[in-house]
Design a protein around this ligand. Structure first.
Ligand SMILES: Nc1ncnc2c1ncn2[C@@H]1O[C@H](COP(=O)(O)OP(=O)(O)OP(=O)(O)O)[C@@H](O)[C@H]1O
Length: 340
């Protein structure tokens, strides 16, 4: 099912939570809405679900105006962070619940077979007789997904479904969700404020700020060509350097870089840790190493520039650098934007 948002607006009292959002979500696509707290992600999801009405613009399911489709007939499955399972029902009964109350009549044997299929799909075979309190948080969210899938939704809406889980479980569930999505091909809209989660999971990422879309693109597009400093910073690990533009060339400390299309004057350059290096001499930004952090996947240096800015850079695990070393930060790549 294709979903279209056409200049959608939502106002609470006088506060504009969503300010003219237009977005096409292709049939079978997995799209993440990513943005800081209060950027309007949940409000957009709730409007698609029909739990909230847009007060401007239009939402279409296929070619049909969604306002004409009652919530129960939208064919939407939800998983929310705090959308608790029924504690007094077994896992199996929780999954069966939607089928039992659905207009589409199914026999008890059909329901039991479907519950068994779904338990297999979410890899919880054998746990159907447990109660929610007897399984882990990650398993509970898998049950919540199985319950949402039980009624064959055309659209799946997930609001921070893994928000309450620890980092390793989150990572595992996100891989698993992607596999399930690829198997079932249900159009999925996923809300998160976790950049890594959005980038790992989604076909396309929609970056929101103050109720507006700032950028839409594949993970590669938003990472490699952020449209502005907000996207660059929000995606994480952005080091800032003041820059000066002259004749479409940026000077960043002693380094020079092409800056096509930028006007002369002050600018902001941003670079990620992997785009930086450290050497004792050369063209770059003078800095002193303040800390050396060793991690399973390499060595990260924390440097302080002469302007007092902290910069993080990744070097080879065996790079011979010690805290206190003075030298220059070299830039292999940077994103340069007009000064804010
Ligand atoms: N029912 C409501 N009444 C008044 N204001 C609301 C209501 N729901 C949301 N808002 C406001 O609308 C803005 C957007 O909220 P929304 O929950 O959509 O943001 P979000 O991006 O999902 O944030 P979070 O990540 O914190 O959940 C916020 O400023 C919020 O306070």
């Amino acid at each position: 099912m294709k979903i279209t948002l056409d200049n959608v607006v939502k106002t609470f009292n006088t506060f504009r939570a969503v300010r003219g959002v237009s977005l096409d979500i292709g049939s079978g696509e997995l799209v993440a809405l990513l943005g800081p707290s209060g950027s309007g992600k949940t409000t957009i999801l709730r409007m698609v679900a029909g739990l909230e009405y847009a007060d401007g613009g239009q939402i279409r399911f296929g070619e049909e105006d969604a306002t004409d489709i009652p919530v129960r007939e939208r064919g939407v499955g939800f998983v929310f962070q705090h959308y608790a399972l029924f504690p007094h029902m077994t896992v199996g009964d929780n999954i069966a619940f939607g089928m039992k109350v659905s207009k589409k009549k199914r026999s008890p044997a059909e329901i039991a077979a479907r519950v068994a299929d779904l338990l297999r799909l979410v890899r919880l075979e054998g746990l159907g007789d447990r109660y929610p309190a007897q399984i882990s948080g990650g398993q509970r969210q898998r049950v919540a997904l199985a319950r949402a899938l039980a009624v064959d939704p055309k659209v799946l809406l997930l609001d921070e479904p893994f928000g309450a889980l620890d980092a390793n479980v989150r990572r595992e569930l996100r891989r698993w969700l992607r596999e399930i999505h690829d198997e079932l091909g249900i159009t999925t809209l996923f809300v998160t404020h976790d950049q890594e989660e959005a980038l790992d999971l989604a076909d396309r990422v929609v970056i929101l700020k103050d109720g507006k879309i700032v950028q839409v693109g594949t993970p590669e597009e938003v990472c490699r060509t952020p449209v502005n400093a907000f996207v660059m910073r929000f995606l994480g690990d952005a080091n800032h350097f003041p820059a000066t533009i002259s004749g479409e060339v940026a000077s960043i400390g002693g380094a020079r870089m092409p800056a096509p299309g930028l006007v002369d004057g002050a600018a902001d350059a941003y670079a990620r840790p992997g785009d930086l290096g450290f050497s004792l001499e050369g063209d770059g930004v003078a800095a002193t190493i303040s800390r050396v952090l060793d991690r399973p996947d390499g060595r990260r240096l924390i440097a302080v520039t002469e302007a007092g800015e902290h910069v993080e850079l990744d070097v080879a695990p065996d790079a011979p650098v010690k805290a206190g070393a003075r030298g220059v930060i070299t830039l292999a790549r940077a994103h340069i934007f007009p000064a804010a």
